[in-house]
Design a protein around this ligand. Structure first.
Ligand SMILES: Nc1ncnc2c1ncn2[C@@H]1O[C@H](COP(=O)(O)OP(=O)(O)O)[C@@H](O)[C@H]1O
Ligand SMILES: [Mg+2]
Length: 267
């Protein structure tokens, strides 16, 4: 039985825990991502988001729990294993080479050769990939240093697609971007979903999460603290789950609160 369900999750985590010495970075975390679904992971600083990403990309190994990918339990001992499975990660620093052009960055370390470097095919493939992503990149022969933040993000995402992944993880893809470039990257994320990928995105922006995600998974102090349908949840509810409901300031129950010194008839 090797058939993979098309409706079920492509990636499932169950009870994943990770400790760093005395620090419990993750405790018993569950997560499901389906094909053609964008799952946003949100949480305060230190909530465990990056640790989760690093476990899925083979940087860290979990202390407990299971990872099921494509219907079978897997282990991800290193980055090459994540790549081989079909889990691609675009880290926040993008890891692009500023002085190299777009084609060189896309094929860095896996250059196509026919005797010598097959520049023509690499350039054609680059155009094709960027066209599929509707990327607005003026030329694939300009150094990455001359591109905008949104264009760089696009190049980094395009590079990760060359391995033909089933799941792509984006760590804060819009953190460094202005409004127009953020919109560009959000469109790109929708395009990834349209291609059938399961997308995991880490984000700090509630607006962005509600605009592009299908589901929002909240981590708090290394534990699950709710999974919401993005279309049905308010930003306030997400924030309440992020910080813990009791941490929010209480709203006054009465429309008018008497000022100090005013006569408080009820006290
Ligand atoms: N390599 C590490 N060594 C020790 N502690 C770590 C390491 N990575 C993360 N932590 C700790 O694990 C917790 C979760 O961190 P992290 O996953 O980076 O959270 P987030 O990305 O949500 O801000 C934090 O308390 C952090 O200090
Ligand atoms: Mg982090």
């Amino acid at each position: 039985m090797t058939a993979v369900s098309t409706t079920g999750p492509v990636l499932s985590l169950r009870g994943v825990s990770k400790n760093f010495g005395a620090v419990a970075a993750l405790t018993g975390v569950d997560l499901d991502v389906a094909p053609r679904q964008v799952v946003a992971i949100v949480g305060d600083n230190g909530a465990g988001k990056s640790t989760l990403v690093k476990i899925l990309s083979g940087v860290h190994r979990p202390d407990a729990g299971s990872i099921v990918f494509g219907g079978r339990e897997v282990s991800i001992p290193g980055p090459a294993d994540a790549h081989a499975l079909g889990i691609a990660t675009v880290f926040q620093d993008l890891a692009l080479c500023e002085n190299l052009d777009v084609v060189e960055n896309l094929f860095l370390g896996r250059e196509l050769r026919r005797g010598r470097l097959d520049e023509v095919t690499m350039e054609l493939r680059s155009w094709e990939l960027l066209r599929q992503l509707s990327a607005k990149i003026p030329s694939v022969r300009v150094p990455v240093a001359s591109l905008s933040g949104g264009q760089r993000q696009t190049v980094a995402i395009a590079r990760s697609l060359l391995g033909d992944p089933a799941v792509i993880i984006l760590d804060e893809p819009t953190a460094a971007l202005g409004v127009a470039q953020t919109a560009e990257v959000l469109h790109l994320i929708e395009r990834l979903r349209d291609r059938g990928l399961g997308v995991i995105m880490i984000s700090h922006s509630m607006e962005e999460v509600r605009a592009v995600a299908d589901e929002v998974a909240v981590l708090r102090l290394g534990r699950n603290n709710g999974v919401f349908k993005a279309a049905e949840v308010s930003s306030q509810d997400i924030i309440a789950a992020i910080v813990g409901a009791d941490a929010l300031p209480q709203r006054p129950q009465r429309p008018h609160r008497p000022h100090r010194g005013e006569n408080r008839g009820d006290e």
